[in-house]
Design a protein around this ligand. Sequence first.
Ligand code: BEZ
Length: 256
Amino acid sequence: MTSTQDWDPRRYADHGRFVPELGQPVVELLAPRRGERILDLGCGDGALTEKLVAPGCVVVGVDGSAAQVEVARRRGLDARVVDAHALPFAAEFDAVFSNAALHWMPRQDAVHAGVWRALRPGGRFVAEMGGDGNIATIVAALERALRRRSVDPRTAVPWTFPKPGEYRALLEGQGFVVRSMEYFPRPTRLPGDLMGWLETFAGSFAAAVPEGERAAMLREVCDELRPKLCSSDGVWIADYVRLRFWVEKPGTRSGG
Ligand code: BEZ
């Protein structure tokens, strides 16, 4: 994640609660089993991490945001502030899980290398992230708003939304065996309005303009997108696209 994205746990609870709720199919793909040791990569406030603990797994959650980790710890979770590009674990997890976090990590090769190291032979990496075209309508409007202010949008986009073929090649390059990879649109109803979503997730775009212009810029984006993404009864639907995968680190599990 970029340094200009601040995670405000209260705002996230209001405008990002759907993120762990919609993560349930990824938990089902993981199929956590009692006694397994699982790393939740980008655990945020721990709402989904709890779902991995429930079946009796031993779960470590890591996240780059100290504020979110604090909330996760208050839930009683083992949550730690860790840079996902430098995971400090060695052959100690049966599985690495990640929901809606990988696209915040600019150096996927460093992340994959750390996941590989963290897994035991035979371990699995099950995750979902934004795929190519994710929130394209919103990104395009944000980019236009920056260009109108003579700001190069490339410096502000914090996300990586890969094509499935490219991502498969990256994972295979690390040595993983791909068991499944799905790529599909998932239009997503926002719990509030687009402004709430932008204030929660688009901090790096706002930070690219002087403070006094930020609110007006975000209002401009909302006004532009209302006819495209908001229904007549005020429901905002964002054009999410998902990349969901299950890969394995080859090898045979030894005991313990
Ligand atoms: C996502 O889950 O795809 C996402 C959420 C917030 C910002 C960007 C992408």
